[in-house]
Write a protein that binds this ligand. Structure first.
Ligand code: NAG
Ligand code: NAG
Ligand code: NAG
Ligand code: NAG
Ligand code: NAG
Ligand code: NAG
Ligand code: NAG
Ligand code: NAG
Length: 912
């Protein structure tokens, strides 16, 4: 998360730089208002190019309708030769919605007099660059950034010898070599970012050397290979002209930083982020006196930032990105010598020490300050008026408290403010409530902020469409205040707010997507205005005192994914309108006073529903068969109700519980908030786990069926044991009869099994000894009989797991079973370990469970060398014949059985 959040910041700045790099269109050309008419052949070529394109927005409508092609959209002609010299169809130059789709027609390359061609941002459906591109031998500027082009690069690119600017970045080219580049000796700007260069070895270094005018080289995300130092070309430093070098996101581990000193007198922008560089930050950078932008983020640099960094040598530095390394030490006050700093990101490191106003007394251009998760303590004095106006403030997990930071009052233009987990234990001052008009994300969560939350407002501006506020995990109290009109995300969970939530009705714009008010003391009914919240995806009102019926208008929340009203005072039925909520992933109504039946339409949510929690209500009637349609359910909790009837046989259809590859869908909010996103949401609930109630903040990994404490009758359907991936099964405290499904041993992931307080009977199936993950077992208070199966796992349970079954015997209930004594008296010692191995050797299939049960009983009674033979045989089968499974198993078992019984008989005959 931290990497992604920070990475997007990098991308934003890369993009800004990229946009600044875009030169204006050729000033040698004119719009030909002087009566120049275009060439007929070039007109034809343009029309043929248009033919291959889909122009949804009529961007090229002037093409063809206007006689003179020099006047067409994006076209410019030479005022002397009448030839087309400029074609600028960049999707970035216009509204990004204007995007052309289709083929890159070779006819385009008949425009032999083109000097400037920009097609960036359009979608050419994986077209290849045709060989005929060689005819553009006058071209100086070629921009094919993000054009969805593919294939190998034609060697004919070498003919474009006038090129000064070449951008082929973020396409799907398969680049085999860079030989063609060495012919482009006028090249100043080259970007191959986002293409795979893993096959070109060290050629890119030669390229730097052979292109004397190259000032900008971008190879971001090119799968570059590490370079052995002796392969670094010797640079003529007097000729070295590189101004921008971007080698970000290449997974480079070693790099001759010393070699970079060749460019000390030219480099302005150096991007080395998202690689695997380790060790201390080299001093090299401190000698780059022209450096304005330095990105070393997302690496494994360690130790202190070199002292030389803070000398006045680097005084031009505007952007310094060091986040997500292993840096430590303090940040010295001499950082103020970097007085031109605009962006400083030190986050996700292990710095220590205190940052004071002395550190930032000069940086009047600072607009983005990030020190989150860096162990820094920030102690700006309360009345300090900083020289800067920040747009992005990211100080999460630093130490800012205990007072609310007063200097924030001077910051009137921030978009992002993250001061979560900064140990503030103060109240929120009134001035804070008047948010900057461009504020978009405000995160004050996980502090000890107390008192009443002031009304929040912001002046409307063009920039103020969406706003998210996270105050979760504080000590705020009193009624909910009012929120600005276009608030989209609100998280006030885990506070002490009370009273009704009707002030939320002031949030007009119907834009609210995320509302988490859980774990407060809120009360009253759900207000009617909620019916207009058609964008709502997460509604969590759990653990409050809400009262009344679930209103029927919930059906109009058509995008809702999480509907969590657990632990309130709701009564009445589940409204049938809820069936309209077709995106429901989580329905949590546990611990209310709801009644009626479990509606059969619930099965219609088969594609979405992962969690259904109806625990501790007054639901009655039978479990509807349609529940079996929920093939994505991971947690089904119907416990502590008045449900009667049978457990549906079709329960084996809950196939998500049998598959590893199905996980909870999760909730994704688009990154409209950019930078950092505090709106990741995991579904939560209290779940009884191994008999103890836990609150799970993230249910993703739960696979549970809990039907306990109802009035269910009939047998446990054998189909339940096909749910191999289930972690927990609780059917306790019902009126169930019959046996435990014999093949229960198949449920290898089962960690908790509670069948206590039923009327179950019969032998405990031997396959239970294969429940290797089982750590909680309760079979108490049933009518089970016979010997408790043993295994290393089964032996860990104490008597409380088995009590209340009068005819159950063996450890841990009783030392022996009736009949054992005679065998012991006979001196027929019973070897416990052998017995375990014996049972482990077999892998009984479903139909054979009972046969094995029978065999098991005999094996316990008989001691004979043949038993060992059988054991060996069974192991042999397991190892070599496992594919033949039960059939062979049965045959061998039967043979063993006959031999063993006969041998014992024979022996007794001989003895007596
Ligand atoms: C105009 O074109 C000439 C010749 O191609 C070139 O030398 C000159 O620098 C160009 N002028 C501008 C302003 O681009
Ligand atoms: C052509 O354009 C150049 C530069 O814009 C201008 O100086 C010149 O006068 C123009 N020639 C004609 C014939 O319009
Ligand atoms: C491209 O370059 C090659 C080798 O220099 C040359 O033989 C060929 O004629 C050139 N093609 C065009 C169209 O200029
Ligand atoms: C990065 O490099 C390391 C070690 O050289 C390698 O294990 C890892 O798979 C690489 N990662 C990528 C994304 O190439
Ligand atoms: C800083 O990091 C270096 C390199 O990992 C380590 O040797 C040193 O002990 C660390 N210093 C502190 C104060 O943690
Ligand atoms: C809410 O945002 C929309 C654009 O998303 C804007 O048109 C509308 O005016 C805003 N409403 C208010 C009250 O600010
Ligand atoms: C359970 O699945 C089986 C096989 O896919 C199907 O025939 C049966 O109708 C399902 N039962 C229910 C109640 O959906
Ligand atoms: C919940 O847990 C899963 C699995 O451990 C993890 O992938 C996911 O990111 C977590 N979700 C949140 C919001 O923390």
């Amino acid at each position: 998360m931290k990497i992604r959040g920070a990475g997007s910041l990098h991308l934003v700045y890369s993009l800004l730089i990229l946009l600044q790099m875009q030169p204006s269109t050729g000033s040698n050309s004119t719009t030909a208002d002087d009566g120049v008419k275009c060439m007929k052949s070039e007109r034809q070529a343009l029309l043929a190019f248009k033919q291959g394109l889909v122009d949804e927005h009529g961007w090229l409508s002037s093409w063809g309708s206007e006689e003179d092609c020099c006047k067409w959209e994006g076209v410019r002609c030479s005022n002397t030769t009448r030839h087309i010299t400029v074609l600028n169809l960049s999707a970035y130059a216009y509204d990004y919605n204007f995007i052309l789709r289709g083929n890159l027609s070779p006819s385009l390359f008949e425009l032999q007099h083109l000097i400037y061609l920009d097609l960036s941002g359009n979608n050419f459906n994986l077209s290849h660059i045709p060989k005929s591109i060689s005819s553009l031998n006058k071209i100086q500027h070629l921009d094919l950034l993000i054009c969805n082009l593919s294939g190998s690069l034609p060697s004919q690119l070498a003919n474009l010898t006038s090129l000064q600017y070449l951008d082929l970045s973020f396409n799907k080219f398969n680049i085999q070599n860079l030989v063609w580049l060495s012919h482009l000796s006028y090249l100043q700007y080259l970007s191959l970012s986002g293409n795979n260069l893993s096959k070109v070895n060290n050629d890119w270094l030669q390229v730097i050397n052979e292109l004397p005018h190259l000032t900008s080289l971008s190879l971001y995300g090119c799968n570059l290979q590490d370079v052995i130092p002796q392969y670094f070309p010797i640079i003529n430093t007097s000729r070295a002209s590189l101004v921008l070098l971007d080698l970000g996101a290449n997974n480079l581990t070693t790099f001759a930083f010393q070699w970079l000193t060749n460019f000390s007198n030219s480099l302005v922008s150096l991007y080395l982020g998202s690689n695997q560089f380790r060790g201390p930050i080299p001093e090299t950078f401190s000698h780059m006196t022209f450096l304005k932008e330095l990105d070393l983020s997302n690496n494994q640099f360690e130790g202190e930032i070199p002292k030389s960094f803070w000398s006045s040598n680097l005084s031009s530095l505007q952007i310094l990105l060091l986040f997500n390394n292993k840096l430590n030490g303090t940040i010295p006050k001499s950082i103020r010598l970097l007085s031109k700093l605009e962006v400083l990101d030190l986050g996700f490191n292990s710095f220590n020490g205190v940052i004071t106003k002395a550190h930032f007394s000069t940086q009047s251009n600072l607009r983005s300050l990030s020190m989150s998760s860096s162990y820094l303590s920030i102690n700006f004095s309360h009345d300090w008026i900083p020289p800067f106006q920040l747009k992005d403030i990211d100080l999460g997990s630093c130490e800012l408290g205990p007072d609310f930071p007063g200097w924030l009052q001077t910051q009137r233009s921030y978009r992002f403010l993250n001061i979560s987990a900064t140990r503030i234990s103060d109240s929120i001052p009134i001035w804070f409530g008047k948010l900057p008009s461009m504020a978009r994300v405000i995160d004050l969560s996980s502090n000890q902020i107390n008192g009443i939350l002031p009304n929040l407002s912001r002046n409307f501006s063009y920039d103020s469409s969406a706003l998210g506020i996270n105050l979760s995990g504080n000590h705020l109290e009193g009624p909910l205040p009012s929120f600005p009109a276009n608030t989209t995300h609100i998280n006030l969970s885990k506070n002490r707010f009370n009273g009704s939530i009707s002030s939320l009705c002031d949030i007009t714009g119907m834009s609210i997507e995320f509302l988490d008010l859980s774990s407060n003391q809120l009360s009253g009914k759900l207000p009617n205005c909620m019916m207009y919240w058609s964008s709502l995806q997460i509604l969590n009102l759990a653990n409050n005192h809400f009262f009344g019926k679930i209103p029927t208008f919930v059906g109009s929340l058509s995008l809702i994914e999480t509907f969590d009203l657990q632990n309130n005072n709701l009564f009445g039925k589940i409204p049938s309108s809820l069936r309209n909520c077709s995106k429901l992933q989580f329905l949590g109504l546990s611990n209310n006073r709801l009644s009626g039946i479990i509606p059969s339409w619930i099965g219609e949510r088969s594609n979405s529903l992962n969690f259904l929690l109806l625990k501790s209500n007054h639901f009655g009637g039978e479990i509807p068969l349609e529940i079996c349609w929920l093939t994505n359910i991971l947690l089904l909790d119907l416990s502590r109700n008045n449900l009667s009837g049978h457990i549906p046989r079709c329960i084996g259809n809950l196939t998500a519980l049998a598959r590893k590859d199905i996980a909870a869908r999760g909730h994704f909010f688009n990154s409209s908030h950019g930078w950092f996103n505090p709106w990741r949401y995991a579904d939560k609930a209290s779940v009884i786990w191994k008999g103890i109630e836990y609150h799970y903040e993230n249910l993703t990994l739960q696979r549970t069926i809990d039907l306990s404490s109802n009035k269910l009758t009939g047998e446990i359907p054998v189909q339940i044991s096909s749910l191999f991936e289930m972690h927990q099964l609780n059917l306790s405290r019902n009126h169930l009869i019959g046996r435990i499904p014999p093949n229960i041993g198949q449920m290898r992931q089962l960690e908790s099994l509670d069948l206590s307080h039923n009327r179950l009977s019969g032998w405990l199936p031997p396959s239970m000894s294969q429940l290797y993950s089982l750590s909680k077992l309760d079979l108490s208070y049933n009518n089970f009989s016979g010997r408790i199966p043993t295994s290393t796992q089964m032996d860990t349970f104490n008597a409380s797991a088995f009590v209340g079954n009068p005819t159950l015997c063996g450890p841990p209930l009783t030392p022996t079973c009736p009949g054992d004594e005679k065998l012991i008296d006979d001196g027929l010692k019973y070897n416990q370990q052998d017995k375990d191995e014996f049972w482990k050797g077999f892998k009984p299939s479903m139909e054979l469970g009972m046969a094995f049960g029978f065999l098991g009983v005999l094996a316990l009674k008989i001691d004979h060398p043949w038993r060992h033979v059988c054991f060996l045989l069974s192991n042999y089968m397991k190892a070599y014949l496992s594919n033949l499974k039960g059939y062979l198993c049965l045959v061998v078992s039967a043979v063993c059985l006959v031999i063993t019984v006969n041998a014992a008989r024979l022996r007794r005959k001989l003895k007596f």
